[in-house]
Write a protein that binds this ligand. Sequence first.
Ligand code: PMV
Length: 327
Amino acid sequence: MTRSSAPGKVYLFGEHAVVYGEPAVPCAIERRARVRVDQRSDGRLRVHAEDLTLDGFTVEYGRRDDGPDVNVSESLVAAAMGYVDGAIEQVRAVTGEPDVGFDVTIESDIPLGAGLGSSAAVVVAAIDAATRELGVTLETAELADRAFRTEYEVQEGQASRADTFCVTAGGAVRVEGEACRRLEAPDLPLVIGFDGGAGETGQLVAGVRALREEYGFAADTVEAIGDVVREGESALADGDLEELGRLMNFNHGLLSALGVSARSLDDMVWAARDAGAYGAKLTGAGGGGCIVALDPTEATETALKYTPGCEETFRAALADEGVKRLE
Ligand code: PMV
């Protein structure tokens, strides 16, 4: 038996623009997905998942295509299982054991599909635990790459390396195309607001792509996000919270112009700003899900608790460690 965990993440800067080769700076947060793996002798894959938004469910797959045997809705299973199944395919490929089977148990404190990197965390922890179960320990770069390939396939090409590298390496990271590295960063006073919903990443990415093709000024907006990210990197290196907040506000405005915000996200962003946060923006694909604000005081959390449309708010420490090998 092996167990690994991986953190969730927020984007300080750069979501969407990263899809077109601009840099992005996500940062790992101390909300984790933990995955336990036990090898099975019959080549089957059985997955049991528990998290904040799903009641526990169990899925059992045969060696390949004999389909899942489950008692919850097909689409829910397809979404959650696609990632685990893809992760196990990577494990089979990298270890050269095409017929190996596992019991996989997932426990996650990261809301699903809310821009906090839940799928990346599950994929990274699953690949790490399952390879170790077979006696293979992957280096950070290889693990992040295998996790990226999983997301890329499951999301039909609509994935950057940002999420998977960030949750593997931990801390704040910079991703630009294939180039991924960690950044020096102070512990940031991150406050998250969650509207209880989730955006459709594929549709939102497609919407930005269409706008960018139709209007030169939309393409310029994507490039302007890249400029904000580059300024944001220096503010992060200087630990300048005021400047970071100002740039996060700017980044939110540009994302909003690209049509990926939502009323609930804007309401939470404004509640945080009115409460005195240094800055606030949506995080991830948008359309619903989460915002991230910078506020060392209690004021933003208190304001978000009273904001209609905000279902949950919490403080999230930066996770300096990415994937953790628990057992
Ligand atoms: O919503 P999330 O956390 O999956 O983030 C999506 C970020 C995008 O830039 C919109 C897409 C990507 O894969 O980078």
